[in-house]
Design a binder for this molecule. Structure first.
Ligand SMILES: [Zn+2]
Length: 271
């Protein structure tokens, strides 16, 4: 009897200490006795719940600063020289013949036509291409910066070939092209899906879709978002916005700049 009574008391004491220590961080030791009766008497439960919910707001403020605050107004979305400029069918570049001041030639990946990009995009692209190569993905550039006048020639050529209605689904009118910002690049693996939606199914397309945000690029014209971006799915077209924004968009699951910045959908040009 002596041997069995002692072990019975020790676990009870230990349990009591555990309860005390477990609750100490949230509520004072006083509620502890009621906690045991709360499970037995239903009337005590609301009181207990009220105590906990009223204590919660006091406990939360110290933890609140932890979520990273994102300043969506940090950079302009209107200034054509801003990394966050949003260009679409309703938002022509202003001035419409804007030319970037810091164009440079990318290095570290094939660029047979000698396209240029803005310096921040050049640096990020070099890092991304190197990491892609390490993963067995060999990227090359099919398009980069295009001037207003270049876009005039391209767009007019597409219109004469396909008509303006069709051309408007895949080619921006001059002054509305992201390529004119110097922040957009079309990438390929050199295979048969260059500038084709089947690029999304290639190893390169999948690697880019998954990893581009790490380097500050967003897949600017996602699948199923033509009603918002105004352009068909372009799994090869990546827009540099800086890693702060691209990673935040990826984390929050926001796939278009229009949705992220609360801008109106831009399926068509203004009449
Ligand atoms: Zn493009």
């Amino acid at each position: 009897m002596k041997d069995s009574s002692l072990p019975n008391i020790v676990p009870l004491l230990a349990a009591g200490l555990l309860l005390l220590s477990g609750c100490a961080a949230e509520i004072p030791p006083a509620p502890n006795p009621t906690a045991s009766s709360a499970s037995a008497s239903p009337t005590a439960t609301p009181t207990q719940t009220a105590t906990e919910t009223s204590a919660a707001p006091d406990a939360q403020p110290p933890a609140a600063p932890q979520p990273p605050a994102f300043d969506a107004a940090k950079f302009s979305i209107d200034d054509p020289s801003s990394l966050w400029v949003v260009s679409n069918k309703l938002r022509p570049l202003n001035p419409i013949s804007f030319e970037p001041a810091d164009l440079a030639t990318p290095s570290g990946l094939p660029n047979p036509q000698g396209h240029t990009l803005r310096t921040p995009a050049v640096e990020a692209l070099a890092t991304m291409a190197a990491d892609a190569a390490a993963a067995g993905i060999n990227l090359s550039i099919t398009s980069g910066y295009r001037s207003y006048n270049t876009q005039v020639g391209l767009y007019n050529g597409y219109v004469s070939r396909d008509g303006s209605a069709l051309a408007d689904t895949y080619s921006a009118r001059p002054g509305h092209s992201e390529h004119q910002t110097g922040l957009a690049v079309d990438l390929t693996d050199g295979g048969g899906c260059t500038l084709d939606t089947c690029f999304a199914g290639t190893a390169a397309g999948q690697w880019l879709a998954a990893n581009a945000p790490t380097y500050g690029f967003v897949l600017r014209y996602p699948e199923g978002k033509q009603g918002i971006t105004g352009f068909m799915f372009e799994p090869w077209h990546f827009r540099f916005v800086g890693a702060e924004l691209s990673q935040h968009m990826a984390t929050t699951g926001t796939s278009t700049l229009e949705e992220f910045f609360g801008l109106p959908a831009a399926p068509d040009y203004a009449p």
